[in-house]
Ligand binder design. Structure first.
Ligand SMILES: *Cc1c(COP(=O)(O)O)cnc(C)c1O
Length: 450
């Protein structure tokens, strides 16, 4: 079987054509280029060799000439010593999990630069003794969430919820509606996450309707808490009913509300999206949420508690051994605090941008880009991070679909949305300061002759 010739791959080149593999310069020869040698100092050998190998491959395939290998390798080098590349989010999805969810505010980026070095993350500089880790973030959270008396920060929303479950319900029951057993993405499911902490789920009600009496019947000496999970990536409509925290609060067990989205206070455009302050006011004992969704900060998970029992439970969560394994680093603490204290986030600006302003930007860009481009109306969404079913009017630059691959390969890469045989570059999720870079990327991606 193995020696059957594979069609097309083993045939020698025609005798009259030079074998392109011969002419491709060897790796050491390419690396001798002083610009690539300098890049090795900056980026390390592995990333530079990888870029050279890619360029040699292109030369073998005949896409570039052997003389162009060094130049192509230089162009393919990443900007930093990571393979992560900046991507302009022109998808119209405000919180795109594959693009790292929320882009950070300028204030958060500046804070990251301070935290990147050594800093007083756990030191009291006045006394020279150990200080409380993350005190600045906790103060900022309590100031930002009316009604919150205590807060804890974990690695992400899932960690915040798992930590609460492990602290309050390991070996006990979590009472939850069958309509709120949510899969959050990439195959991860809230019920599995909760059970992995050693808690048992006590499912009540049905997919579409759950009543207070269903919860009341299930509660007993084994109950750790009642959980409300906000379905942040789908909506149910029709013959439905759910029980709010104000009613559950009367059941005499802690009520934990996993709101997911990280909205701290209500947003006028998202009337159906629960917010942390509102949930505490309605009677939730604890609220868990993500830092990198509508809050617009770094990946983080928040546990917030109101005065009294809520604050006591937050303290228990904070002291629980597993909390140490889900502790956030100084970079997260710095970026989250600056997100909370700073003047506003890119996510908020994108959410609030008036559609007329987006249309004006789309028209300006289309005029610059010439005949291939057209300004069109578009529809944006918040994304997996919250507000399912909510659509936001937007504007886009429409290009022929063949631009999409070249735009993804550019630097910065641009990710648009394919729709109706066209590549739409939706402007709502894009910082206006990036319009210039977007125009340059489209010009660079234009196939010659267009
Ligand atoms: C997003 C989400 C989570 C998970 O949060 P991560 O920060 O992604 O870990 C949990 N619960 C709900 C309701 C969510 O929307």
């Amino acid at each position: 079987m193995t020696d059957a010739p594979v069609r097309g791959t083993t045939a020698p080149p025609p005798a009259d054509a030079p074998d392109p593999r011969r002419a491709v310069p060897r790796t050491d020869a390419v690396l001798a280029d002083p610009r690539l040698a300098e890049a090795i100092h900056r980026l390390g050998r592995a990333l530079v060799k990888r870029a050279v190998a890619g360029a040699q491959q292109q030369a073998r395939a005949g896409a570039i000439t052997p003389a162009e290998v060094a130049e192509a390798a230089l162009a393919a080098l990443p900007r930093t010593a990571t393979r992560l590349r900046p991507v302009l989010n022109a998808t119209g999805v405000l919180l795109h999990t594959n693009l790292g969810r929320a882009p950070l505010s300028a204030a958060a980026r500046e804070a990251l630069a301070v935290a990147a070095g050594t800093c007083d993350v756990e030191l009291d500089l006045t006394t020279g003794t150990r200080g409380r880790r993350g005190a600045g973030v906790i103060d900022a959270l309590l100031a930002a969430v009316p009604g919150a008396a205590a807060a804890h920060v974990a690695n992400n929303g899932a960690a915040a919820l798992a930590l609460v479950a492990a602290t309050l319900a390991a070996g006990k029951e979590i009472v939850v509606s069958r309509g709120e057993l949510v899969e959050i993405g990439d195959g991860f499911r809230i019920p599995d996450l909760l059970e992995s902490t050693g808690a048992r789920l006590r499912e009540v009600g049905t997919t579409n309707r759950t009543h207070l009496a269903d919860y009341a019947r299930a509660i007993g000496p084994d109950t750790g808490f009642v959980l409300k999970v906000h379905p942040s990536n789908f909506t149910v409509s029709g013959f439905t009913s759910e029980v709010g925290p104000e009613e559950l609060a009367g059941l005499d067990v802690p009520v934990v509300a996993d709101i997911g989205s990280g909205l701290l206070t209500p947003h006028p455009l998202l009337p159906d999206e629960p917010d942390a302050a509102g949930m505490l006011a309605r009677g939730a004992t604890l609220v868990t949420a993500s830092g990198d969704k509508l809050l617009g900060g770094p990946q983080a998970g928040l546990v917030l508690g109101g005065a009294g029992e809520g604050a006591e439970l937050v303290e228990k969560v904070r002291r629980f051994p597993l909390a140490r394994a889900m502790r956030v680093d100084k970079l997260t603490l710095a970026a989250l605090e600056a997100t909370l204290r700073g003047p506003g986030t890119p996510v908020r600006a994108a959410l609030d941008a008036p559609v007329e302003e987006l249309r004006r930007r789309a028209e300006q860009l289309a005029a610059r880009l010439g005949e291939v481009a057209e300004a069109v109306d578009s529809i944006s969404t918040v994304g997996g991070g919250g507000a399912p079913g909510v659509t936001l009017p937007s504007a886009a630059v429409a290009l022929p679909e063949r631009f999409a691959a070249a735009l993804r390969a550019g630097d910065p890469a641009v990710l648009g949305r394919l729709e109706g045989g066209r590549c739409l570059l939706d402007l709502r999720a894009l910082d206006p300061a990036d319009d210039e870079a977007l125009a340059a990327a489209v010009a660079a991606a234009a196939p010659t002759g267009t």
